[in-house]
Design a protein around this ligand. Structure first.
Ligand code: UDX
Length: 442
């Protein structure tokens, strides 16, 4: 099928390449010339395992092209909209400028029977509003949210755990004939998933929009829940990692996303829970999601806690002390530093006068651009050399594997380690002579 993908950021670039990899003919469109130039050469503009390969395969096969010209969307059967919805500068709400511009820009190129499939994360009510401008062209608007995780984006797109299609409904809320036809077209698009019986939920616009924000709100709440337990563990001498293991054995709870540490960041969870609160307020239901403010507050407190642990470990004086910060990306397998708790901790320590040296296997270049005041070193040993304290803020596998506590101890000035992600083997580090501090652990 011929497809267009408007917006070639994280979501759009992966979606375009993934759709080409399952056999479609795809044109990716973005206003950013540098991004298009890079994608056209088969170079991924960000670090995402597997993306480079499917980009190059798609381009070589002739099925995948990129352009800045929106007119190239003409002739495609489905037009995916995957532009960003960042947090507005002066509040919590989502900025819909790019979504509105993408849909308006597409209108002249739509043919009757086409689908416009929104993938961006938007406040509930957006699809119904956009449909008012799409419907007169004879095309149909659907909302098809994306649940991809950075680091697993290709796999999540090619083989998602569920597909959701918000389609036009009748006044009684049932799927309309137009909606049923639209859902069938989406089934054709996602044919490999349909063939393997991946759950495919056909619903109305509002539900589809809410599925996405509520999934992210739930995940953020789960992380903040365990971090709240970490705060209690800290004043009682309990160990939050054992607590998480124990409650995680209950199948109703589950162990995933119960990793206590310096909390969540990235381009989605923080902004999405804030936009959800803002939208609920607009709808007169602010109180229904008041807890999300608490989720946000707990999350941000964990960064303070990590900084406080370093300061306390250095007897209250960090000025001109060398602190080795292991991590800059908001999570492993990513070079994304958007709202990164890791970098936030580094910046705060620097603000207290510490001589901060940051290392990361993927995110140094991005971090340096935004925080040139920090010192970076690609070499782990050089970063550790003569450090007065070490703090782990992104749980890269490399460090779990390669960072032997005995070797690290031979490099540093003082054997103090703060494990901001509870990812090190505390017993092994202590046995090697380190003073080990975890998050919510004795
Ligand atoms: C998230 C959602 O998972 C995805 O479905 C949605 O489409 C986009 O937002 P992503 O931002 O890639 O994906 O990251 P995710 O893996 O969810 O992690 C988010 C943050 O939570 C990271 O900073 C991570 O370090 C943190 N986290 C995760 C924890 O602190 N503890 C955990 O147990 C899990």
């Amino acid at each position: 099928m011929r497809l267009s993908v408007i917006g070639c950021g994280y979501l759009g670039a992966v979606h375009a390449a993934a759709m080409a990899s399952i056999g479609h003919e795809v044109v990716g469109i973005d206003v950013d010339e540098r991004k298009i130039e890079s994608l056209s050469k088969g170079l991924a503009p960000f670090f995402e395992p597997g993306l480079q390969e499917i980009l190059q395969e798609g381009i070589a096969s002739g099925r995948l092209t990129f352009t800045t010209d929106l007119a190239a969307a003409a002739g495609a059967k489905v037009h995916f909209v995957g532009v960003g919805t960042p947090q507005v500068k002066d509040g919590y709400a989502a900025d819909l400028t790019y979504v509105n511009a993408a849909v308006d820009g597409l209108l002249p190129y739509l043919s009757p029977g086409d689908l416009v499939a929104g993938k961006s994360t938007v406040p509930v009510g957006t699809a119904a509003r956009l449909a008012e401008s799409v419907t007169p062209t004879g095309a149909t608007l659907v909302w098809n949210p994306e649940f991809l995780r950075e680091g697993f984006a290709v796999q999540d797109t090619v083989d998602p755990d569920r597909l959701v299609a918000g389609v036009p409904s009748t006044s009684s809320g049932a799927v309309s004939d137009e909606g049923a036809r639209a859902a069938d077209i989406l089934r054709e698009v996602y044919h490999p998933s349909v063939a393997k019986n991946t759950p495919f939920i056909v619903t109305d616009y509002a539900t589809a929009e809410l599925v996405k924000v509520s999934a992210n709100a739930f995940l953020a709440t789960k992380i903040s829940f365990i971090n709240a337990m970490a705060e209690i563990a800290e004043v009682t001498g309990a160990d939050v990692t054992q607590l998480a293991d124990a409650i995680g054995h209950d199948a109703r709870i589950g162990r995933r996303f119960l990793g206590a540490g310096i909390g969540f960041g990235g381009g989605c969870l923080p902004k999405d829970i804030r936009a959800f609160s803002a939208r609920a307020e607009e709808l007169g239901r602010g109180e229904s999601v008041n807890f999300l403010r608490e989720v946000d507050a707990i999350n941000l407190r964990r960064r303070d806690r990590a900084v406080d642990l370093v300061v306390a470990a250095l007897d209250g004086v960090v000025f001109e002390k060398k602190v080795a910060v292991l991590g800059a990306a908001f999570k492993p397998h990513s070079d994304d530093i958007r709202d990164s708790p890791a970098l936030d901790v580094a910046v705060r320590l620097k603000g207290l006068g510490a001589d901060v040296v940051v290392t990361d296997p993927a995110a140094i270049e991005n971090a340096r651009r935004i925080h040139p005041q920090l010192t970076y070193n690609e070499d782990l040993d050089a970063t550790l050399k003569d450090a007065d304290a070490v703090i782990v803020v992104t749980e890269w596998d490399e460090w779990r594997r390669e960072l032997a506590p005995e070797h690290a101890a031979s490099l540093v000035k003082a054997t103090i380690v703060v494990d901001g992600r509870n990812c090190l083997d505390a017993a092994a580090w202590r046995a090697a002579g380190w003073t080990y501090y975890g998050m919510g652990r004795p």
